[in-house]
Write a protein that binds this ligand. Sequence first.
Ligand code: C2E
Ligand code: MG
Ligand code: MG
Ligand code: MG
Length: 282
Amino acid sequence: RVKEHGRNSVRQFIPEMGATAISRLNMEGALRRGLERGEFALHYQPKIDLRSNKIVGAEALIRWHHPQIGLIHPIEFISLAEQTGFILLLGEWVLTEACRQQMAWQQQGLPSLKVAINMSSRQFRQEDLSERIAAIFAGTGADPRNFILELTESMVMQDVDSTLITLRALKNLGVAISLDDFGTGYSSLSYLRKFPIDELKIDKSFINDIHENPDDAAIASAIIAMALSLGLQVVAEGVERKEQADLLIGMRCNQVQGYYFGRPMEAASFAKAVSAQQDAMS
Ligand code: C2E
Ligand code: MG
Ligand code: MG
Ligand code: MG
């Protein structure tokens, strides 16, 4: 993971002073100033429906454009932001920005797109999370039904009673719930049934080798079958090759996301990709 990000991230710009070299204290201040100065942006990675072969939504992925260092990927700062609590402020910015963008696309006449947002554990554990999220939807005017909140197994399994309460409150708002990086954490399968979740995202570590490793293919296939029989939507992440996509189609996977179909991109490029496919259809 670190290696894959290393290629595009700060280390390429100024090898001797990458983001990891900024001291924790400096990083904390830099994050706060960065938010005030508008240095954060969301990039959008297409999610493709395998039946229609069309882009049906995007995952919003945060990027930090640091004026001196350049582009910084979330792996460099999310965990510090989580530890310091800054993630709460940043998370509200992410949702607000995604709401604004989703509505802008709608006004541009793009077909309805579902935007997925990553939540951090600290955010998810806020007492008044659903009220905060409701306030952002009300404030921006965005329709919660166009949004998916991505949670991880470890987040939802931490305290299952309070998880259930939070999930119900979120579902009442109209947002969909997705379990991200599925298969990498510990989750009791019985909770897949108890929790009101809508989608499983199979972690890319299971997808990487499905075209050459029968064990991985068996796991992916079993997760897909289980998700479908529970009535959940199932998404494979990290699809980088056609062979992987072909296998996933055969396994009846609903959606795919990965470099083969599109990298995370700026909002304008994403809108172009969506309208290009519209033009191709008409
Ligand atoms: P994630 O939610 O599992 O997001 C998927 C990551 O896989 C993204 O990395 C994406 O760029 C990358 N990816 C997508 N397709 C491929 C592929 O085909 N091959 C490979 N090798 N990688 C692929 P990214 O954008 O660096 O984000 C990393 C993680 O940072 C995310 O993992 C998520 O946990 C976290 N994150 C990103 N944005 C936010 C945010 O706004 N809030 C919070 N709390 N976390 C975020
Ligand atoms: Mg995610
Ligand atoms: Mg994921
Ligand atoms: Mg992942």
